[in-house]
Write a new protein. Structure first.
Length: 94
């Protein structure tokens, strides 16, 4: 009887190890897919920002209060997105 439990525990341990390996592979594939999607978008944004940065600088120099408002607005939007992402992550953990 005792051997049956030990063999069952060993079998379940092997299955968990296989499952862990499979999930790690899926996570790596998903990260690779995200990187291949995000990298071109980031390069495109960087190129566009580089071409438009001089105009943005001039506009900010002419309208400092509007530039400050835009920066604060972007910061608040980023904080809201971060808060929502952390809140959804906490819900999954529970």
């Amino acid at each position: 009887m005792k051997r049956d439990y030990i063999s069952e525990i060993d079998r379940i341990g092997k299955q968990l190890a296989d499952l862990r390996t499979m999930l790690a592979g899926h996570a790596g594939d998903a990260a690779g897919s995200a990187a291949t999607y995000i990298a071109p978008k980031a390069r495109q944004f960087a190129r566009q920002f580089q071409t438009e940065s001089f105009g943005l600088g001039k506009a900010a120099y002419r309208n400092p209060s509007a530039a400050t408002g835009a920066i604060v607005g972007v910061m608040l939007l980023g904080a809201a997105v971060a808060w929502l992402l952390t809140a959804s992550g906490r819900e999954r953990d529970d």
